[in-house]
Ligand binder design. Structure first.
Ligand code: SF4
Ligand code: SF4
Length: 370
């Protein structure tokens, strides 16, 4: 359960905003807020996860600090969002990973890289530092079962943790499971999520990294999001090549795994690099320090995943391949071990909030027509 202070402060701010309503055209949050008179726990966790932190309402607000009302919607929402990430984490004893997240993610990643490197070196330095050119070279360095079994177990765990988080959040927002079976609603919400609809702000973009309107954050988000999806598609294609078609990696440049992975890797590299730069330049006033470490740790990990993946592709026919393969798989291991306790969960809860919003919009239209 989120802290009382975070819930009370969010409720206080929403009551002021609901009387003011100046920002109603900025994003989906304000119209959703206006459909309510009071703000229950369910409403507050929904509204806070519907926000995507464009900061438009902070710079437009006549009640922002130093005004005595001290309305700072993005910062207030971020505080409650981190509490929701912890409340819905599964298994519960790992929820504490959202505290000191940057340090923990760094430690887990360094440890993962060290373990994979050590396991690789156990096979002998001649295996690690040889130059490979033929098929099956990756499995000469790290045997097939060592690669596939841990990866499958961890993927299943990540999927279970994210699914439990989604269901817990959906239930606490007051949602019913049968609402998730409405195909029209799911398609609409998914379309909103895939085109990052609300990152356009009122049409001029976000007020990020400062008060000026800019589309930079939206484009870097697009590159990160689609880069990640293409890398995932590349891994899936490689699994099909390997397990169904029995074609051993590494694959030629014009194969699906390599083409999807290269385009996705560059997208991820530029997107996460751009987002990190914007974060460095960003105004600290509407930002919550608790979320900063969580944001940066996840972006750095994605950046390293794409960088090591691209280096591996470029140098796979040299004696650096063995080391690069171990480092890349270690970084990927760190990424997947920490995904359910990283900023990635924002995608899950924001999507759930978009689904709730689509349902409410349809109900509101229905009431208007009668
Ligand atoms: S953020 Fe400020 S200007 Fe916008 S609705 Fe709330 S009180 Fe009004
Ligand atoms: S920060 Fe942006 S998305 Fe969040 S409530 Fe304000 S205007 Fe809406």
């Amino acid at each position: 359960m989120p802290s009382n202070e975070a819930l009370k402060e969010t409720e206080r701010v929403m009551v002021i905003c609901n009387a003011c309503r100046y920002c109603e055209g900025f994003c989906a949050v304000f119209p959703a807020m206006e459909r309510r008179r009071n703000f229950s726990y369910q409403d507050l966790i929904y509204l806070t996860n519907l926000c995507h932190n464009c900061r438009g309402c902070y710079y437009a607000c006549q009640y922002a600090p130093p005004h005595k009302f001290a309305v700072n919607v993005p910062k207030t929402f971020q505080e409650l969002r981190v509490d929701t990430y912890q409340s819905f984490a599964w298994p519960g004893f790992l929820a504490g990973m959202f505290q000191r997240n940057g340090l923990l993610v760094a430690l887990i990643t360094v440890l993962s890289v060290a373990i994979v490197l050590l396991l690789t070196l156990f096979q002998g330095t001649s295996v690690v530092f040889s130059t490979y050119t033929g098929k099956g070279a990756f499995y000469d360095v790290i045997p097939y079962l060592f690669m596939v079994v841990p990866a499958s177990v961890i993927c299943l765990f990540v999927l279970a943790a994210l699914l439990v988080g989604f269901v817990r959040f959906w239930r606490d927002m007051g949602g019913k499971l049968n609402e998730l079976l409405d195909l029209r609603v799911m398609v609409h919400a998914t379309w909103d999520a895939f085109r990052l609809r609300y990152l356009k702000g009122g049409g001029h973009g976000c007020n990020y990294p400062d008060e000026q309107f800019s589309h930079a954050r939206r484009w870097f988000h697009h590159l990160t999001f689609y880069g990640f999806l293409l890398c995932f598609a590349s891994t899936t294609a490689a699994a099909i090549y390997d397990n169904v078609l029995h074609w051993d990696a590494p694959y030629p440049f014009w194969s699906w795994p390599v083409m999807l992975g290269s385009v996705g890797g560059f997208g991820l590299l530029i997107g996460t690099g751009g987002l990190l730069l914007l974060k460095r330049q960003s105004d600290p006033e509407p930002a919550n320090r608790r979320l900063l470490g969580i944001d940066v740790a996840f972006l750095v990990l994605l950046f390293l995943t794409s960088l090591t993946g691209l280096l591996l592709l470029a140098l796979r026919e040299t004696s650096a391949m063995g080391t690069l393969l171990a480092v890349h798989l270690g970084v990927v291991l760190g990424l997947f071990l920490t995904i359910p306790y990283s900023k990635f969960v924002h995608a899950v809860y924001h999507y759930a909030a978009l689904v709730r919003n689509t349902i409410e919009q349809a109900e509101s239209e229905h009431h208007k027509n009668f």
